[in-house]
Write a protein that binds this ligand. Structure first.
Ligand SMILES: [Zn+2]
Length: 89
């Protein structure tokens, strides 16, 4: 079991407060600004984390689906009675 609590992160470069890594990209960093590059690093890692979490969701969904299929293929639990009565005539 893994539990993550993601926090709100809202920062801006003091020299370039209008710079937005998501919209402007790393190519728009002026003069190799360290703070802007760090914002780009954070943005790229967040994107990577989001992709990994999505992949983990898909993987666990597949595992649940496979488990459900195996359970269906195994048939009903022999301890469970039937609701239907067989009529032989
Ligand atoms: Zn900057």
């Amino acid at each position: 079991m893994l539990t993550l609590t993601l926090k709100l992160f809202r920062r801006a470069c003091r020299k370039h407060p209008g710079f937005n890594p998501a919209l402007d990209g790393r190519g728009a960093v002026k003069g190799g600004c360290v703070a802007c590059n760090l914002l780009c690093d954070v943005y790229e890692k967040h994107q990577e984390l989001t992709r990994m979490l999505d992949a983990a969701d898909i993987q666990t969904a597949r595992q649940r689906e496979q488990a459900a299929r195996r359970e269906l293929a195994a048939g009903p639990d022999p301890r469970q009675g039937t609701l239907f009565i067989e009529v032989t005539a």
